[in-house]
Design a protein around this ligand. Structure first.
Ligand code: SAH
Length: 361
């Protein structure tokens, strides 16, 4: 049986080599080929030991997922991909060009079980967790797509980004509900001989999963965490984000504050606040956010809701966002209004729910 290559960290490949009495330096060659050169037939490389030339194609599946569809947004050049997994489940990822970085928003689960009222993915329920290699393969597929579509890069007039520079786990799923796979994926993604993403360039976004946070930060004390807050009042938050009943947001913030103070004193936590008309969009809400976050090392992003079809929630007016931002700013917190990219292609935050959108095969 073949195993997925993207689930192997460098040390796993080294072990694979030594078990076969092959010099372990070749593990590095393989990592480089797949992650730096998007070469999925590395056994064809010159100068590989014969044993490897023979065993690699027998033992490994170099990519198990495929891009089933790519759609470029007409107004901000983001690209939404439907990625088909080997068992035919479909997940989504979104590539977002910005001046200084090329960010890939990836999924960590097929669906999600958190049930946040405003989120499209929640309507699917949880189908299954992604495996570590399925998380890693998203960047592999995106980088290969970039190599094959140089036209897109010149169109977006980006500097010489030929590869993804940043990753955010803000696609489908709650990453910390699948924390073992996320931790393994981070090990593989940060490997200098491979994809070589710095840990601070991989943001793990959570609705507030305490057990997962504890485990993630034990494995990677400097992991970059983003918290989806959306409501400062704990009782009200429980109504739109059921996870708050199990792990109240105060408990999450206390844990993050203590952890960051000791292990990552110069970094800040990204706090996302989705603004929903008539739900959490008054100045009193903004003041409650400032009270809750006072003195914490945070950056606040106010994000207007993306309406989902059939959903009951409505986007706020721009004026409201500005007023909330000003209030939080005056309370000496760093705050910005952020608009999600990819709104015209259903790729914006909360719009990710893969349906039968695949072309007929
Ligand atoms: N489960 C994780 C990561 C996925 S959601 C988390 O909750 O952080 C990524 C972001 O999109 C979260 O901040 C989420 O709250 C936000 N989001 C969900 N639905 C949205 C919507 N309809 N409009 C805008 N953002 C939304």
């Amino acid at each position: 049986m073949k195993v997925p290559f993207a689930g192997f960290a460098l040390r796993d490949l080294q072990q694979y080599c030594s078990e076969r009495e092959i010099a372990v330096v070749h593990a590095a060659t393989l990592m480089r080929a797949v992650y730096k050169e998007s070469d999925f037939e590395p056994w064809k490389k010159p100068l590989l030991p014969l044993k490897l030339v023979k065993s690699l194609p027998e033992d490994f599946d170099f990519v198990t997922s495929t891009i089933a569809k790519a759609r470029v947004s007409r107004y901000d050049q983001s690209v939404k991909f439907l990625v088909q997994l080997s068992d035919s489940h479909v997940i989504e990822m979104v590539l977002m060009p910005e001046t200084k970085r090329l960010t890939l928003c990836i999924s960590t689960q097929v669906g999600c079980r958190q049930g946040c009222l405003f989120c499209h993915t929640a309507t699917m329920g949880l189908k299954r967790n992604l495996l570590a290699h399925e998380i890693v393969e998203q960047i592999v597929l995106a980088n290969r797509w970039l190599a094959q579509n140089p036209g897109w890069l010149s169109e977006v007039r980006l500097p010489a980004f030929t590869r993804v520079t940043n990753m955010v786990m803000m696609g489908m799923g709650e990453p910390l509900d699948n924390v073992d796979a996320v931790i393994k994926a981070i090990e593989i993604l940060t490997e200098p001989l491979g994809a070589h993403l710095a840990l601070r360039r991989i943001s793990v976004s959570t609705a507030g999963h305490k057990d997962g946070l504890v485990q993630l930060l034990a494995a990677y004390p400097k992991a970059a965490v983003a918290l989806s807050l959306h409501e400062a009042d704990s009782d009200k938050r429980s109504k739109i984000m059921p996870i708050n009943k199990k792990w109240p947001v105060e408990e999450i913030l206390r844990f993050l504050r203590d952890h960051y103070a000791v292990h990552n004193p110069r970094a800040s936590i990204l706090v996302q606040y989705l603004v929903i008309a008539g739900v959490n969009d008054t100045l009193a809400h903004a003041a409650a956010v400032a009270d809750l976050l006072e003195g914490l090392p945070v950056k606040v992003n106010l994000i207007p809701l993306n309406e989902i079809s059939g959903g009951r929630f409505v986007a706020p007016e721009a004026r409201v966002l500005g007023a909330m931002r000003d209030l939080i700013h005056h309370r000496k917190l760093r705050v910005m209004v952020r608009y999600s990219k990819g709104q015209d292609i259903g790729a914006a935050c909360g719009q990710l729910a893969a349906k039968a959108e695949l072309p007929p095969t």
